[in-house]
Design a protein around this ligand. Sequence first.
Ligand code: GLC
Length: 614
Amino acid sequence: MDETIFEGRLKKHYEELKWLYCELYEGGQEHFGRLVEILRARFEERSASLKKLDSARAENPLWYKKNDMAGMMLYVDAFAGNLKGVKEKLGYIEECGINCIHLMPLLDSPETNNDGGYAVSDFTKVKPSLGTMGDLAELAAECHRRDINICLDFVMNHTSDEHEWARRARVGEKEYQDRYFFYDDYEIPSRFEETCPQVFPTTAPGNFTWLEETKKFVMTTFYPYQWDLNYWNPVVFHTMVDHLLNLMNQGIDIIRIDAVPYIWKRLGTNCRNLPEVHNIVRMLRMICEITCPGVLLLGEVVMEPARVVPYFGTVEKPECHMLYNVTTMATTWHTVATGDVSLLKRQMEIVNALPGEYVFLNYLRCHDDIGWGLEYEWLKGKLIDETAHKRFLSDYFTGHYYGSWARGELYNDDPASGDARLCGTTASLCGIEAALNRQDEDALSLSVRLDLTLHGYMLTQSGIPMFYSGDEIGQRNDYSYKDDEKKAADSRYVHRGEFLWDDAALRKEAGTVQNRLFDGIKKLLKIRKGHRVFLNAAAVSTRETYDVGVLCMVREYEAETLIALFNFSRENRTAWINEEGLYKDLLSGETLEAKGVLMPACGMRWLLKIESAV
Ligand code: GLC
């Protein structure tokens, strides 16, 4: 029975899969059989309960496109020590209203030089301090019992330099050197450098690293200890697919394909988003549909919109199920700094015009820095210059701009380009840290309100909201990373601090920052889940408010209409939207007309239409 299911799914995709495979690999006919064997073996090994889940989801392909999914990303060690600890804390996750957890990389990686787990030294093993594969499977099973999904990273672009392949390559084994990009001298590397931009220009300049032991260069797009895998070699592809399916068999529901645009390299190109990348992602999608169709692919494509959307593939040939809404995230913070919503309005219009089937993951903060990937061409029309504007944003969010309460830190500040990225928790960027330090109650109220408004804005967008652990209790920056020499050079650790359970306990004490945020966010989530107007399928549009500080979005689904208003300025404003009918503010409970709507400084409203005009 199981076998026929597998054969049936394989048959459906066989021709296309083989075709794409043979396009990548010379002599592909010969190796393709090996790939199919891997799929079959991993399918056979998959548990009956996961296969049941696969079938249920395959029959209900809209299962993740509703308004009931809310995610949270967290570091296992920072949150609960280890995987067993996370299992014990699932009650807290549920209390937050969260039903999907993204566990930050947890596979084995070296003690130092691990890029927060993104330098994997063994794909078959969980980092011992966090637990075992068995613990992961148990956690996943418990999550499933509670209707919680688990998302895990798959770091496929590179391995750690302590991975077995890297160790063997370093001692001169050619077979293993061929799984990476090795060069005897700098001739080819220098040609790559001509066209390949740098990911970490300050903390890890260049795309190659000299290995004294072997007297060769190896390609290292990210950190020098992260060696780029060579997907031109089918053994690499096969092995990584095998590792991927093994993880899925532990009960992972969503796989985040880390740094996916980078996985294919070709001389003379910028080595990003090459057609072969899409070929591979499409193959991964088919591989999942054949072996574990209940699993979703989330692509990490931190690029401009024109580069992101192609990773959805087409209706006939889909690639990723979900992608990050990265430009909206960056534009949101730009709007906080400028108090001018015009670029955000435009960004919403661009997103709203995309096909409704696309599912975006919306977020305010994640474990990485914020890169200022804004639409500078458009801003130019407003006489805003890219370099000067980036400087302003950096100054604003590090609190060096007059009137700014934000407390962030720069990341990869590149003096050559004037470019810098930004780190910091939502609370600190919203001004909560500075207000608490200065014991300024008014500023604190305003900052808490801004924080809630930004979360409300994230929840107004179609797709899946992804919270960053700690944000629900307003966790501030953690500067202790500076005392740890393994972390000090990487300011992203400022927002990767330990989860403060003592602070979390304050969520139950009326009036505390933790309580205001926790209850506020829970309320927003509850309303979102309770109204079908938040479904992915709703029509979304924007309206003019005639106030540069206030954004208006309208969601419509069947008989429901919701007008969402967000005041990004630090003053009270009026949104001149002049809509007909009577509305109920789902947050304050007031009934009001939506003509000239008063908006408190940094505040928001969710106005549900209760009566049409007569
Ligand atoms: C992704 C991760 C980032 C990491 C990089 C290299 O962009 O989000 O944290 O440094 O990949 O693996």
